[in-house]
Design a protein around this ligand. Structure first.
Ligand code: GLU
Length: 420
């Protein structure tokens, strides 16, 4: 088993040991089979097994065959969807492809009757339409844009496995047929040949588990690659993409995955899975044997185990957070001389979310009596989310002044955490 090479600190070793342990948990699971419908994929060594985790701060932890290359296949779909959204916006893209989970196999003939749109961009029909939307006239131009985008997500230049590309181009008539149907329905933005050629190249891009971890961490970090610090897509695009992975990323096992593992993810028939915990980290796994739905058996086993052991489900109940209200002083006690009479100063602390802002105002506003004012001191606050900042600004403006002309709610913000 390969040790983490990227950051040999004691903490990194601890994380690599955690990954190594879930990897060994999954190793005995040898059920499933390597994909063979793309003939070249049948040559993969089925024993390969790797996992990597990249934090949104840019540290990468690895175990097993985490630097082994394989073709990205359908794991490309959310990232190319993100590139299309970044290029054209949500309204334009969703005129061509829907956002509904399909519950059908990846290669289903799925076009909405009324609109001709594939149900979502994670099934082949939707992914081929998404690829057709990428700017560029021919397949080469479109693929150049896609390859540059996928490489920006990974933080290194990604190549194509020409043998896998040729193999899928030789045998990919079902995907071409999906392209023709979408073209006939008016939703494909190029010819079927252009869209599917670019799509087959996109699927044959080679990545490692480490690359998938960094790509997923880029979505987790709101669109900024944590290693290169490059902004690849906007925060909105990262959120929309993550939402579609949550509902539709694991083929027709997406609902069960969401309950059991609870991490937005996308799998591919090359044996890769990219998963993420928004705001925290991305994970890439690689093991080529697939279950009946096309998901990597050991990849699913590793992510299930990791999520369960370490409580990583995105909806995990978190214990009540630290109260956002620290010390409250009344009547100027302990406060500076600007505080009159029995006015109140509340020291706020921590990260202020919408829910924390609600608690601050619910607890403090009842203290407002006719001659009283409340100073909210943000000096110990680490971060104020915009939804919370809006509520505080509203309170300062809307609650007016005391009879002697002082603001009833004053925002003391020495470090400017409230923003504009
Ligand atoms: N290139 C593959 C296909 O279109 C990708 C399938 C997958 O990974 O789900 O059949």
């Amino acid at each position: 088993m390969a040790a983490a090479e990227s950051a040999p600190s004691p903490l990194n070793s601890a994380l690599a040991a955690v990954l190594g342990s879930v990897l060994e948990h999954a190793r005995p699971k040898t059920s499933g089979a390597v994909a063979t419908y793309i003939p070249e994929l049948a040559n993969e060594d089925p024993e390969q097994l790797g996992i990597a985790l990249a934090s949104v701060r840019g540290t990468v932890h690895q175990a097993g065959d985490s630097d082994a290359e394989f073709t990205i296949q359908s794991v490309s779909k959310p990232f190319v969807f993100a590139l299309a959204l970044e290029q054209s916006g949500l309204a334009a893209v969703t005129r061509h492809v829907g956002l509904e989970p399909s519950g059908e196999p990846f290669n289903a003939i799925s076009l909405e009757e009324a609109t001709g749109r594939p149900l979502n961009p994670m099934i082949n029909a939707g992914a081929i339409v998404t690829t057709s939307l990428i700017r560029g006239d021919g397949a080469d131009e479109k693929f150049a844009v896609i390859d540059a985008g996928l490489s920006a997500f990974a933080g290194r230049t990604l190549d194509v496995d020409e043998a896998v590309f040729a193999s899928e181009a030789d045998t990919g008539d079902r995907n071409r047929a999906l392209g023709y149907l979408a073209r006939a329905a008016g939703t494909l933005a190029s010819t079927s040949e252009v869209a599917t050629t670019a799509y087959f190249r996109q699927c044959a891009v080679t990545v490692t588990a480490r690359d998938l971890a960094i790509m997923a961490a880029t979505l987790a970090g709101g669109g900024v690659n944590p290693v290169t610090r490059e902004r690849v897509v906007s925060e909105d695009v990262a959120r929309w993409t993550t939402a579609v992975m949550t509902s539709s990323g694991m083929y027709d096992a997406s609902g069960e995955w969401l309950v059991r593992v609870g991490l937005p993810a996308k799998s591919g028939v090359g044996g890769g899975i990219a998963a993420l915990q928004p705001e925290e980290f991305g994970i890439g796994t690689f093991s080529p044997r697939l279950d009946g739905r096309g998901n990597s058996v050991r990849g699913v086993a590793m992510l299930e185990e990791l999520s369960e052991r370490h409580g990583l489900h995105m909806l995990e109940h978190r214990d009540a957070p630290l109260s956002p209200i620290g010390e409250i002083s009344v009547g100027g006690a302990g406060a500076d001389s600007e505080v009159a009479g029995d006015d109140v100063v509340a020291m706020l602390r921590g990260d202020l979310t919408f829910g924390n802002a609600e608690e601050v105002l619910t607890r403090l506003l009842p203290l407002l009596e006719s001659e009283r004012s409340i100073t909210l001191d943000f000096g110990s606050v680490t971060r104020v989310g915009e939804p919370a900042a809006r509520i505080f600004r509203w309170a300062a403006e809307a609650l007016g002044e005391t009879a002697d002309g002082r603001a009833r709610v004053e925002l003391r913000d020495p470090d400017g955490v409230l923003g504009a």
